[in-house]
Design a protein around this ligand. Structure first.
Ligand code: NAD
Ligand code: LMR
Length: 338
């Protein structure tokens, strides 16, 4: 039986395409790991002019992979060309931090990139485009991009905190000796930074309250939470470079769940609408459920302990500080719907 239904290719833009994360991401996109083995794709790759030669090498490798689903590759240093008719964008291109720096230290160097790219996405991408910001500081960069894209729904720009989420699941599964997929109702709140709050207070393992199974508050407060908060730095200290393959994996899962749906809670950095008293208009990580086709719902009305609220507030304060540092890059103060 011949399957005669040929789907139209989806257009995926990846920025920072000659960088370390993209080197793990692109080949997995080409092999159909994001949209499935029947969905052809076109790749549009954006880089700085100086990195175009290196990017040509990556393109040669993509060609050599002979991926049946990969129909076309565009390589450019022009944002409008890269984002033209994009369905999905991975905004990865930005400088990573080095040993001893915080992610927020990258704000001055990276923030301007997201102003330009937000404007470009608004101009030339499909109106249904979905964008995930990976480049740090991811939450504030997603906010900058969205503020500069006034005709694109604010819910179309998300910041990646999925890596923190997955790091936490891995730590929990090791602690209680369960499968990662047994864990649900876990959440990362706040900034993708060392103030983030990895929240176990609602988590379940095979339907049972995780707190009761872990039975070790010392581990939760003094090992688990700081470890997840500091995992990026731990990797930089060990590798001398920031996480790349795990970041690419998280970006792929983030987008796949956003597009195809998730049957569990996942964490995404999204524009606050004021839930749980979180200031509107900052991009905070929250637990969400994805319904497919770019639709998601923030998990609402879960009880919030004083301890959790105070940890979340600390991270939101940091996001507000970052916002005040980039106010010159936020021209449209009245964001649609905020
Ligand atoms: P990298 O230095 O290997 O690659 C970044 C690439 O971006 C470079 O090739 C650079 O030329 C390119 N670039 C810079 N400015 C650009 C622009 N304006 N347009 C297009 N391309 C541009 O870095 P990496 O390891 O791939 O990391 C990329 C970013 O992702 C860093 O900011 C890093 O901190 C961040 N990161 C975020 C997470 C997360 O969980 N959110 C995880 C890991 C890394
Ligand atoms: C990470 O969490 O690994 C990335 O954000 C890289 C970093 O600077 O920590």
């Amino acid at each position: 039986i011949v399957n005669s239904v040929e789907l139209q290719p989806a257009t995926i833009t990846v920025t920072g395409a000659a960088g370390a994360i993209a080197y793990s991401l692109l080949f997995r996109l080409a092999s159909g790991e994001m949209l499935g083995k029947n969905q052809p794709i076109n790749l549009r790759l954006l880089e700085r002019t100086e990195a175009m030669q290196a990017l040509q090498g990556v393109v040669m490798e993509l060609q050599d992979g002979a991926f049946p689903l990969l129909k076309n590759i565009v390589v450019t240093d022009d944002a409008d060309e890269a984002f033209k008719d994009a369905d999905y964008t991975f905004l990865v291109g930005a400088k990573p931090r080095s040993k001893g720096q915080e992610r927020g230290d990258m704000l001055k160097e990276n923030a301007a990139i997201f102003k330009e790219q937000g404007r470009s996405i608004d101009r030339v991408a499909k109106s249904s485009v979905l964008s995930v910001v990976v480049g740090n500081p991811a939450n504030t960069n997603a906010m900058i991009a969205s503020y500069n894209a006034p005709n694109t729904p604010r819910t179309s720009f998300t910041a990646m905190t999925r890596l923190d989420h997955d790091r936490a699941l891995a730590q929990i599964s090791k602690k209680v000796n369960c499968q990662v997929e047994d864990i649900d109702r876990f959440a990362i709140w706040g900034n993708h930074s060392s103030t983030q709050y990895p929240d176990l207070s609602h988590a379940t393992i095979r339907g049972k309250w995780a707190w009761d199974l872990i039975k070790d508050e010392d581990w939760i407060y003094n090992k688990f939470i700081p470890r997840v908060q500091q995992r990026g730095a731990e990797i930089i200290n060990a590798r001398g470079k920031s996480s790349a393959a795990s970041a690419a994996d998280a970006a792929l899962r983030h987008m796949r769940d956003w597009v195809l749906g998730s049957n569990k809670w996942v964490s995404m950095g999204v524009c606050s609408e004021g839930w749980y008293g979180i200031t509107r208009g900052v991009w905070t990580s929250v637990p969400v459920q994805c319904f497919g086709d770019g639709k998601f719902g923030v998990i609402r009305d879960i009880p919030m302990s004083k301890e959790s609220a105070s940890r979340i507030n600390k991270s939101i304060d940091e996001l507000l500080q970052e916002k005040s540092m980039v106010k010159d890059l936020l021209p449209n103060q009245t964001l649609r719907g905020v």
